[in-house]
Design a protein around this ligand. Sequence first.
Ligand code: UVW
Length: 318
Amino acid sequence: SLPSYDQLPVDSTAPPHSAWGLWGKEDNLGTLNLLTPEKVERAGKLIRRGEVYSLNWKLECPDSGMLDRYEPKHSIKPLGGGISFDDVYDNFNTQASSQWDGLRHFCHIGSGKFYNNISASDITDSSEGRLGIHHMARRGIAGRAVLLDFGRWAVKNAPEFDPFKRHEITVQQLEAVAASQKVKFEEGDVLLIRTGWTAAYEVKKANKGLPNLKGDVENLPVCAGIKACEETFSWVWNNHFSALASDSIALEAMPFDFETSCHSIFLGGWGMPIGELFFLEALADDSAKDGVYEYFFTSAPLNKHGGVATPPNALCIK
Ligand code: UVW
């Protein structure tokens, strides 16, 4: 069985509460190792109505140039005098819209090393490809996902909540949402957390009321998300989720302190992918109607050797 948060690290030379070495020193998959064939087979049984929900937001959104990530420039290239066409994307940043942050994206800040003691120089020299997104792509991601619709819960229970403010979502609040939706977690779950950010973005944009979201590494943009603290880290680890994703820009409340961030612990410490800007609106609307918040989940990352991140190409099937 898996160690608890207090039992980490399993390798005494590794940073505190990291999972380095848990799945072997050469491992490139981190918590995705929890998605065993048995779990995938069991999750397949959650398909009851055959309804499919795609979690990629429009590639055009957000178009705010956030962290200097812009919508790719799309052109259509004719072939053979107009009997056939290709797509060409220039300036395609895999993190400009819905994305998985892969294990090359963020180091464990305290140690300066990436998951499983990989150095920045191993990342920039792509030849070996340690922790590259292709590892996730070649395995594929499938299993059970559960949605916590924090945004809907907050309407009654935390009316001051605004996904565009730095609201820190606590473990108690996540537990309260889970209880209100009758959600029970299982080892290996992909946890989806809806804040309402993507929907609010579209409304603000239509009303020409978008705040400046550009930001940079020194001056991160502002948004709501889970609270980066020991209680959250221990709750997330002890539930043994395989990945966490939300519809907000960073999963965790922004701006955040790098050293004590979820990014540092989840990606650098545990090898746990972080999903951002997932489009959860249609899925959440349907779940609010039928009260079902567990799904068969699939995601097919880009099979790019040494890639850092990827559009999730994720589906939830009910
Ligand atoms: C930040 O945390 C800066 O967001 P991202 O994970 O998309 O880089």
